[in-house]
Design a protein around this ligand. Structure first.
Ligand SMILES: Cc1cc2nc3c(=O)[nH]c(=O)nc-3n(C[C@H](O)[C@H](O)[C@H](O)COP(=O)(O)OP(=O)(O)OC[C@H]3O[C@@H](n4cnc5c(N)ncnc54)[C@H](O)[C@@H]3O)c2cc1C
Length: 521
């Protein structure tokens, strides 16, 4: 961890002093999507809540997803209509509430003789999915091989029978930024949240949870207590259960998933979907100036995983089999790798057999342990995070705490009126429409502050370089609000830069040097 200057040290002292020897209604362990949404929902319902994340926020599985917010089309394969209806409802709610961060994206799924469905059958499925999703997106379309070639020249159509086009949503910036924005919102509403703080001991004493926490930044330990504990440690939920000597009725199993970031495959903005040789859907997904290919789905026993040579070989081979690029994708083309485990829930009494492995429903379970006053979140995706937040609030009510119904929506971007005020003002100061939209998408209410800084010092509104589309005014505000301690925090989780620009290109860029100075000097 880099040395802190005295100002940064003071800021950190202030962050930690909010916890030291304090007492909270609820303390959340884990700063991934589940912890973030729990903290935001609880705080918005009048709960005095704190959150600890042992590494950076969203540095667990929540930075390794496919960035998709979807209603679970593939679960129609196993006729789980109720699950799909619930997920679609959650997807639609999320898309309506975060209109600048989520974009409706067309999926073009191609089918050949080896695919599990004929195009006509997939077409019926896509229409059913559209209807279950309350017709909230554009209608699905059948596409012939010829049309597919016209729409997406990079797709190899030789053996294609046809394809279907349908919609779901994509997080434009990335999964981790979405989580961090939620945490910053929770903080602004009065929650105490802290990254680089590990819960090392938890004990139930006199009807309270007493936690010992290590601050990784200042290198000190402190104590804090709460009435309720929320276990949102994702794949490490069992370790927290062991530490607290509590149990969950459901348990997790893990599936490793790898994505590779490569140069852009298509400019269309579509997500290309193919069935791989194991009959699983394989995607080419837009990510900034790049494409992401993936993913794998391999059962593993432990959550600590890494990208192996065989994963890379499999993904490149599948991509090259389904695409006809000017030259095949090679190992050298890989700009970044993403790997994590999907935490899949086996409900109490559920089976955990290999044959059911890929059919395991991606449901979440929020368990309330009344005796020990612990709420545990098992599974839980970005796509249905709002349901998770509300279930955690219900859990607290279940434990006898009277939460307060918020007067306005507890989630989502600022109001349309605020957005319109920002856009109106921004047009006088920032000339490019794209830049205005980007500022709003990335920073929401905090973009007013950025605008003021640009108004005072116009040069602070200029991007660092052609490849670094951030300006000093943005960085200054991000430093104030976003708990950035290392370069990786910024490059990997606050922005897409670390995954979409080749490290060698970055090293040669003068703007990158200035960005580093701006972040840490
Ligand atoms: C390959 C892949 C693709 C996916 N694609 C999608 C997708 O497109 N859409 C979607 O909705 N979902 C997707 N998912 C699923 C989704 O990413 C996860 O379900 C979700 O991110 C889990 O969030 P979480 O908060 O439970 O876990 P995490 O993000 O792992 O957060 C748990 C946190 O707890 C912290 N922690 C653990 N112990 C302690 C401690 N003692 N003290 C303090 N902190 C602690 C960890 O450091 C970690 O950051 C995908 C998953 C994978 C692996």
């Amino acid at each position: 961890m880099s040395e802190l200057d005295s100002k940064a040290e003071q800021i950190r002292e202030k962050q930690i002093s909010r916890f030291e020897n304090g007492h909270f209604d609820a303390l959340v362990i884990g700063g991934g999507i589940n912890g973030a949404v729990a903290a935001l929902a609880l705080r918005s319902h009048g709960v005095n809540v704190g959150l600890f994340e042992k590494n950076d926020f969203a540095s667990g599985v929540s930075q390794e997803s496919s960035n998709l917010v979807w209603g679970g089309f593939k679960y129609l394969e196993s006729y789980e209509v109720k699950l799909v209806a619930g997920l679609c409802h959650s997807r639609n709610r999320l898309a309506r509430s975060y209109p600048s961060q989520l974009t409706e994206t067309r999926f073009l799924a191609t089918l050949d003789a080896s695919s599990p469905f004929a195009p006509w059958f997939a077409s019926i499925g896509a229409n059913a999915y559209w209807a279950i999703g309350q017709f909230a997106t554009k209608r699905p379309r059948y596409r012939s091989p010829r049309t597919i070639k016209r729409l997406e020249p990079s797709i190899e159509i030789d053996s294609l029978l046809g394809g279907i086009e349908y919609s779901d949503y994509l997080l434009i910036e990335n999964d981790s930024r979405f989580v961090i924005q939620m945490l910053v919102d929770a903080e602004e509403r009065g929650a105490a949240v802290s990254n680089y703080t590990t819960v090392i001991e938890a004990e139930r004493v006199s009807q309270k949870w007493k936690l010992k926490v290590r601050d990784q930044i200042l290198g000190k330990e402190f104590e804090v207590s709460s009435d309720v504990l929320v276990n949102a440690a994702g794949p490490e939920i069992k370790e927290i259960s062991e530490m607290t000597k509590t149990e969950t009725e459901s348990h997790l199993v893990f599936s490793k998933g790898v994505h590779l970031v490569v140069p852009k495959v298509t400019d269309s903005g579509r997500i290309l979907a193919f069935f791989d040789e194991t009959q699983r859907l394989f995607y080419v997904i837009p990510m900034g100036k790049c494409s992401v290919i993936g993913t794998t789905d391999e059962r593993v026993e432990k959550p600590e995983v890494s990208v192996e040579g065989a994963d890379i070989e499999f993904l490149l081979q599948e991509a090259n089999r389904k695409l006809s690029l000017s030259r095949p994708l090679l190992k050298e083309d890989i700009i970044a790798e993403r790997v994590g485990v999907r935490p899949l829930v086996i409900a109490k009494g559920g089976v955990d057999q290999d044959k059911d492995w890929t059919e395991l429903s991606r449901k979440h379970i929020v368990e309330v342990n009344r005796k020990d006053r612990v709420i545990s979140i098992l599974g839980g995706k970005l796509s249905d995070c709002l349901n998770v937040g509300e279930e955690v609030v219900d859990g607290l009510d279940d434990l006898g705490y009277k939460t307060v119904k918020p007067s306005s929506r507890w989630y989502g971007e600022p109001s349309a009126a605020e957005k319109s005020i920002f856009f109106h003002k921004a047009k006088e100061i920032v000339t490019e429409k794209d830049s205005i939209e980007k500022l709003w998408r990335r920073h929401g209410s905090r973009s007013h502050e950025i605008l003021k800084k640009i108004e005072t010092t116009p040069t602070d509104g200029k991007n660092f370089s052609e490849i670094i589309d951030y300006c000093p005014a943005e960085i200054s505000v991000m430093k104030d609000y976003e708990f950035i301690f290392t370069l990786e925090d910024f490059m990997r989780r606050r922005s897409l830069l670390g995954q979409t620009i080749h490290p060698e290109e970055l090293m040669q860029d003068d703007g990158f040097k200035n960005l580093k100075k701006c972040l840490f000097d």
